[in-house]
Design a protein around this ligand. Sequence first.
Ligand code: UVW
Length: 324
Amino acid sequence: MPIDLRNLPSFDQLPVKPGAPAGSAWGLFGDDDEYGTWNLATPEKAIEAARLVRRGATFPLNTPIDAMDRGLFWFRGAPRRTMFDCSGGMRVSYDEYIDNFCPQSSAQWDGHRHIAHPAIGFYNGVPHDRVLAEGSTTLGMQNLARRGMVTRGVLLDVGRYLDRRGTPIDYHSSQAIDVATLEACRDAQGVEIRPGDMLIVRTGWLSWVLGQSRAVQTELAEHLVVPGLLAGDEMVAWLWNQHVAAVAGDHIAVESWPPVLEPGRGFMHVQLVVMFGMTLGEMWTLDPLAEDCAGDGVYEFMFTSAPLDVPGGVGSPPNALAIK
Ligand code: UVW
C-alpha cells in the first residue's frame, strides 16, 4: 500500500483501527501487514539515502558472531564452527558447519516473531497459535530479507555527547537515556530525524564491554545491567512521533536492562515490536561510523541491511552498512 510520510498519525491518534489495543499501529499498514514500521522505508527513502553517498566511506555494522563468547549473553551462546574437507580428503575444497548458531547472539535484528504480548499475541494481532504452528512463517525474518532494507540512517552518538558534556555514561549500570538527552544530542550534532529513517543510537557500551577483563565480563553476565533508552510512555510516544522505520544501538536491548516493571515504565520491547511492528537492532558495531561522523560532522548516511532469509526466522544478524 502506498505510504504518505507527510500524513502519518501521531501517537495520540493511535490506534487507527477500531478495537485495536491502545497505542497500537495495528491495521495502519493493512490487516495482513508483516513489515510493520519498515513500511515507512519507502522507495523515496532509498533515493534520499543514495543521495547521501559522497565519499564512498563504508561502515559495516555487524559484530563478530562469536563476540559474546564469554558467557556474556547468558542464554545465547556463541556458535561452534567446524571446517571440513568436502573434496573427499583431496584437500582442494572446504566447507563448514556452524552449530548452535543463535542469530541473536551478537549484532542482531529482533524480528517481529521475537516478542509477543502474552495475552494478545504478536504484531498486528496475529495470535500465538498462528506463529507457533508447525511450518508457520508468519511474521518471519524472510519478509524483511526479501524486501531489502534501505533508507536514510541517522546516528545519535549519545556516548560521545555525554562524554563531551562531562557526564559520561556509567557502562557498569542500567543508566537510562531519556528523550531530552536524545534531543539534546541530536541538536548538538545538527541533524534532523525524518519519517522513514533508521535511527541508530550509540552508547559506547559494546566496545567497553568487549574490552573488559574476563572477570568483569563474568560478573556482568551474572548480574546483567546495561545502559540504554529509558523505557516508558514518553520514549514510546517520541519514537512513534519521529516515525522512524526502526531503531538500533550498540547495547544489549535498545532499552536499558533490566526492564523496570512499574506503571509508566515496563518492557518497551512489547510496545515497539508488538504494538508498532518496529524491529530492534542490538549490539551493532558503531565506533568506526561514530569516529567518522565526529570527524566530518555529518551524522546522516545511506543505510542498508540484508537480514538472513530464514523462513519464519525470529531474528538475524543485520548485515548492515552505513555509507557516506
Ligand atoms: C535481551 O534479551 C537482553 O535482549 P533482546 O530480547 O532484545 O534480544
